[in-house]
Design a protein around this ligand. Sequence first.
Ligand code: NAD
Length: 436
Amino acid sequence: MRMSVIGCGYLGAVHAAAMASIGHDVIGIDVDEQKVAALEAGTAPFFEPQLPELLAAGIKSGRLRFSTEMADAEGCEVHFLAVGTPQIAGGHAADLRYVDAAVAGLIPYLRAGDVVAGKSTVPVGTATALVSQLADSGATLVWNPEFLREGWAVHDTLTPDRLVVGAEADGAGERAVAVIREVYAEAIAAGTPFLVTDLATAELVKGAANAFLATKISFINAMAELAEASGADVTLLADALGYDTRIGRRYLGAGIGFGGGCLPKDIRAFTARAEELGRGDAVGFLREVDTINLRRRDRAVSLVVDALGGLVFGRRIAVLGAAFKPFSDDIRDSPALDVAVRLRGLGADVIVTDPAAIENAKSAHPQLGYTQSRDEALREADAVVVVTEWDEYRRDLTPEHAGGLVRGRIIVDGRNCLDSDAWRAAGWQYHGMGRR
Ligand code: NAD
């Protein structure tokens, strides 16, 4: 099928490349000329495992192209909307200006019968408002929310847990759903559940999924606070809870909390929309989820300060990690970088390292020290903070090796990803989150 993907960021570039890999003829369109030039040259403009291979194969096959011209979307049967929906400046709601601009730019090139499939995460009610904007074009709008995880984006796009498509309950809506079913025919044939809903439910599913995941993370982080006050160990608590199949162990990792380009802004936009709908009380708990999450960053900073006897000014601190999670170079609302910035604000000599996110981190926070080399970061450090659980730190770094580089054997494990016994046995002062 011929399809366009409007917006080629973390979501859109992966979607475009993945759709080409299953045989569709795809044009990715973005307003960012640099990004498009990189993608056209087969270079991934951000770090995402398997994306470079998929891009190269798609471009070589001739089924994957990129452009800055919306006119190149003309003639496609399906148009996926994958532009950003960041948090609005000065508020908690979603900024829909990119969605509006993309739709307005696309309208002149739509033909009757085309399907416009929204993938961006939007507040419930957005799609219904767009339906009237599209009315004269003869195109049909569906909402097909995206659940991919950065770091696993290619895998999640090609083999999703489920596909959700919201459409209006009329003939055009049914035809559009049939088109989307054809787009994903391979995944559906492989057993992926395909759920057809109304537009509002499809929009709500995405917000609700992120609200649930954020709540689960903040729940265990709240337990970490109780563990800290009572002398318990939150990692053992999480293991014990996780064996209960009604609860499950995933998303029960206590630490410095969630961040990135989705969860924080999505739970805020979800709450803001609920308030507009007069149902703010129903999701009032999400404010607490957000607050608990942010409090863990304070906790990580205070663990470092306390471990250094309150004397942080001028001390050298190695910060291992900058990305909001491993296997990504995304630093949007990264708790890792937030901890680094706060320590720097206290006068520490902070040196940050990360396998993928250094360049992004440098441009956002030029005041921090950076090195690509993990060992260089550790050299002469008075304290070490692990804030992104990359394998390079979690699995490959031994306490003996690190001990030979640092000045002070103090480690704060902001992700509870290290073997505390092994580090202590090697003479380190180990501090976890919510652990004795
Ligand atoms: P992003 O900022 O990486 O990418 C957005 C892209 O849209 C940018 O490249 C930007 O240049 C482009 N753009 C903006 N206006 C445009 C226009 N008028 N025409 C064409 N292109 C335009 O953002 P992202 O992380 O890819 O997220 C996109 C959407 O997908 C958001 O709504 C997000 O919440 C949602 N989402 C993201 C993820 C994720 O893991 N990143 C997962 C699921 C859903």
